[in-house]
Design a protein. Sequence first.
Length: 288
Amino acid sequence: MTCLAGVEALRAAQREGWALAAFSVYNLEQAHAVCEAAAAEDAPILLQAGSSSFRYAGREPLAALALAVAETAEAAVGVHLDHATELDEIRWCLAQGYGSVMYDGSALPLEQNVERTREVVELAHASGAWVEAELAGFAGDEDASADDVTATELTDPSVAERFVAATGVDALAVAIGNVHGIPSRPVVLDFERLAAIRARVDVPLVLHGASGLPDADVQRTIGLGVAKINVNTELRRAFRDALLGRAEPPAGDDLGSLLDPARAAVREAARAKIRAFRPTSVAAEAAR
Ligand SMILES: [Zn+2]
């Protein structure tokens, strides 16, 4: 199948009250696992290959792997560049066939972030791709969960309104108390702030750092306009626990026997997320 999930999947999610699951992957087993989850749940997903996973696997090999696995998946899978800060990297990924990019200008002064984001929107739209952007940075580390992480920056609703109008972005990542990784202290989301952003911004909103959040909190954010949700840590933990949790090493030296349980664990974790991102009534029906 070569049907890639594009901006229409994101807009359908917003219109119909569910969220597009965006899974960060670092290797072949994870990429296959999330695509298998999408096929099993008959849902479009985004396969995120970028930033931290490029550092792990190398940009060229991981991008090629992600695009090839997405194109052969039995589901609509878009390949998304997550947290890009360099325009050259964005240009390169668009040329390879990425369907969407996230430009992260959150470390820049606001005016510069607006300028660079607008440039990325022009570039991406010329390639038929869509753009997610970010205003306030997220605390925490994408690759490792710190115990004591608290959100320090939050999205200002009126700044968000001006930012979206000035840049023409297709989706906006919101900072409402969410952090990267799974801290030991519960994450408290600012739903009032999210509602205020929703009242001023009509593009789909994106929630980063959803690993570890209770499903009820996630459902509430979807009700308030979140239409794409990023999951990374929970998939890595599923992989790790399946690999390390086995009592006995597999017989022989077949790598498939070693890695298949990890792939299956990631697939099940991804399926659970896709179900949790559906409207509540649909999720209840599917669980029956
Ligand atoms: Zn993120």
